[in-house]
Design a protein around this ligand. Structure first.
Ligand code: DQA
Length: 158
């Protein structure tokens, strides 16, 4: 099983940017923790961060046929990007959206979310721990997908 973690604009500045909102952890530390959890659970994991919308779209497209689940924090593009939303729909890979802050309690413009409707789940407001919750959620989704596939195979073999 393989998970792709896609991080949007300015998340490379975690640990520096608006610490009162996003906390002191750097992106690299978050990724190290995710990698450790993935290793413990026999999951392959890859990380990608970009400040460019098109690069994020390219990365999601590259996941097609290669990746079992996507964990994405589209950052500011959450509120504007139909292109990222369409890419997630196009590849049809189970996707969990993470936001470090609670976007529902912030400025009005952050309440518009282009991405959530095409995701299996959204995790908001847990700080960096949200990425860990997303990993647990993704394992659960993968187990459910596997159970459905096995049931279909068993039925077909009868
Ligand atoms: C964010 C929330 C977005 O509104 C913001 O633009 C970000 C980070 C979060 O993780 O809380 O860059 O996605």
């Amino acid at each position: 099983m393989k998970i792709m973690v896609v991080q949007g604009p300015n998340l490379n500045m975690l640990g520096v940017r608006e610490q009162e909102i996003y906390g002191p952890m750097k992106l690299e530390q978050i990724h190290n923790q995710m990698k450790e959890f993935a290793n413990q659970n026999g999951v392959d994991i890859e990380f990608f961060q970009s400040n460019l919308e098109g690069e994020l779209v390219d990365k999601i497209q590259e996941c097609f046929g290669e990746v079992d689940g996507i964990i994405i924090n589209p950052a500011a593009y959450t509120h504007t990007s139909i292109a990222i939303r369409d890419a997630i729909s196009a590849v049809s890979i189970p996707t969990i959206e993470v936001h470090i802050s609670n976007i529902h309690r912030r400025e009005e413009f952050r309440k518009q979310n282009m991405i959530a409707p095409v995701c299996a789940s959204s995790i908001v407001g847990f700080g960096p721990f949200g990425y860990h919750l997303a990993m647990i959620g993704m394992l659960q989704i993968m187990n459910e997908v596997r159970a459905v596939r096995e049931a279909q195979q068993a039925r077909a073999a009868k």
